[in-house]
Design a binder for this molecule. Structure first.
Ligand SMILES: Cc1cc2nc3c(=O)[nH]c(=O)nc-3n(C[C@H](O)[C@H](O)[C@H](O)COP(=O)(O)OP(=O)(O)OC[C@H]3O[C@@H](n4cnc5c(N)ncnc54)[C@H](O)[C@@H]3O)c2cc1C
Length: 434
């Protein structure tokens, strides 16, 4: 048993609450700060996948060349808001710099180290809270109109396979046999065997929170606003209501809002909120048993327990940009290409900001400038997948236990460097290809 500490977790999204549960299991006294409705962080708007093979970064070769098109076509699956484009350029340039094949490979390998253990960690987590039924262990399907459409995923599939993912290619008709609701005229499909999905991402966070509370944890409906310090040590977290909470350890898991909070401590995080939208259709009129992605349309359709959810879009906008709900509506319109019988008259729209780093790697670990903070953010498109794994790693860091995998690649200090764009090594041995 490790020595019991008083720990504040800032942020009660899927990552924060997973950290809180793991730390609580080690006997610590844990308080979570969560100002929003529990369960309605970015994961609420997600595709709900334990996306083991989602390891090839979005920064694909030729990325910068595509930016003008994204500015001109605001409803394209990937877009960049013109009003915020200038402010986002430094982040974006770093993101695009990672399209070099050697970096893509290195990032994919670093993500695979985490995603390949994610299903086991997730299953252990939901078994521990008594809700194993929250996971549906069925592979995910990707659909392609034709040869050219399939070719857009070719390099990503090759790299994912090379690193150990299982992807089977089948015909569109075979996909239609598996899911008769799918239009029969897709030419090709892929079965992503390592993936699975959750029955309801909001319920997942609610159930994790419920278990945490039942075991004696506290969730306060306030924001973490500032810190009191004694040199490299945080002594207290100052909350939005003015109360001051003394802490032995602080976990920063506030999703995209981790960036301004880290800045208060002098730690620069290259983190932006990449927006995505989801529309829940409680009366869809078609049955689906697998999550189905249509990459060309930029969305996935997940059969949650009480609705089909059409979710996707990659919208680069500033950290606090307001949602553009028509982007959610465009996805629903396009979803008829996949499910011609889809009924869309009753719907509920959600928006989530994926906390994205330019190198797609999450930010997990300590910064050398703060002795008692552990970072747990920047999970991009993989926060739901990696919540349980991150929680386990954070608990190991706090307990100073040895960690089976090298976490140097996820260090928060990788953003502090001389400005060189190449891959270097920082003082802690982490890489600098942010
Ligand atoms: C369309 C879409 C599809 C996606 N699909 C998938 C998928 O299939 N699989 C997958 O793994 N991931 C997916 N994701 C990504 C996933 O949702 C995120 O990576 C994940 O939600 C990040 O978790 P988080 O806890 O870090 O952040 P969040 O879920 O955003 O939670 C952060 C929490 O911190 C709170 N907070 C903010 N500021 C403060 C503060 N100052 N003090 C205290 N609390 C604060 C917020 O209220 C929020 O609840 C998708 C996302 C989107 C948008």
């Amino acid at each position: 048993m490790t020595q019991s500490k008083s720990i504040i977790v800032i942020g009660g999204g899927v990552v924060g609450i997973s950290c809180a549960l793991s730390l609580q299991a080690d006997g610590h006294d844990v308080t979570v700060l969560e100002p929003g409705p529990v369960g309605e962080g970015a994961s609420w708007a997600s595709c709900g996948c334990i996306a083991v093979g989602e390891i090839v970064p979005l920064s694909q070769p030729g990325m910068l060349m595509k930016v003008p098109g994204w500015l001109l076509h605001p409803e394209a699956p990937l877009s960049l808001r013109p009003a915020t484009a200038l402010g986002l350029m430094p982040w974006f340039a770093r993101f695009a710099a990672n399209s070099i094949p050697t970096r893509m490979r290195s990032i994919a390998a670093d993500l695979a180290k985490l995603t390949f253990v994610a299903t086991d960690d997730f299953k252990a987590q939901i078994a521990d809270i008594g809700h194993p039924e929250l996971l549906v262990e069925r592979p995910v399907l990707k659909l392609f109109d034709d040869e050219g459409d399939k070719a857009t995923m070719g390099a990503a599939f090759d790299l994912a396979r090379e690193l150990g993912c299982t992807i089977d290619e089948i015909s569109g008709l075979e996909a239609h046999d598996i899911e008769p609701g799918i239009a029969p005229d897709f030419r090709y499909a892929a079965v992503l065997r390592d993936w699975s999905y959750v029955t309801d991402p909001r319920k997942l966070v609610l159930k994790l929170t419920e278990a945490f509370l039942t075991r004696g944890g506290r969730v306060l409906p306030v924001s973490g606003a500032d810190f009191e310090r004694d040199g490299a040590q945080i002594t207290a977290v100052v909350c939005s209501d003015g109360q001051r909470l003394a802490a032995d350890e602080v976990i920063l898991a506030a999703g995209t809002q981790s960036k301004p909070l880290a800045k208060k401590l002098g730690v620069t995080l290259h983190l932006e909120g990449v927006m995505g939208y989801s529309t829940a259709l409680p009366d869809p009129g078609v049955e689906l048993k697998h999550t189905v992605f249509y990459p060309k349309g930029g969305f996935g359709i997940t059969p949650y327990e009480d609705a089909l959810a059409v979710a996707g879009t990659v919208e680069f906008a500033s950290l606090n940009a307001a949602p553009k709900w028509r982007r959610a509506d465009v996805l629903v319109k396009r979803a008829h290409r996949v499910l011609p019988g889809l009924r869309t008259d009753t719907r509920e729209r959600r928006m989530g900001r994926r906390p994205f780093t330019p190198d797609t790697r999450p930010i997990i670990g300590r910064s050398r400038s703060i002795a008692n903070m552990c970072f747990a953010t920047g999970h991009g498109q993989l926060g739901l997948t990696l919540g349980a794994t991150t929680g386990r790693i954070v608990a190991d860091i706090v307990a100073a236990r040895s960690i089976a995998l090298d976490i140097g690649a996820y260090t928060p200090d990788r953003f502090h460097h001389s400005g060189r764009a190449d891959v270097g090594t920082n003082l802690q041995g982490g890489r600098n290809d942010d």
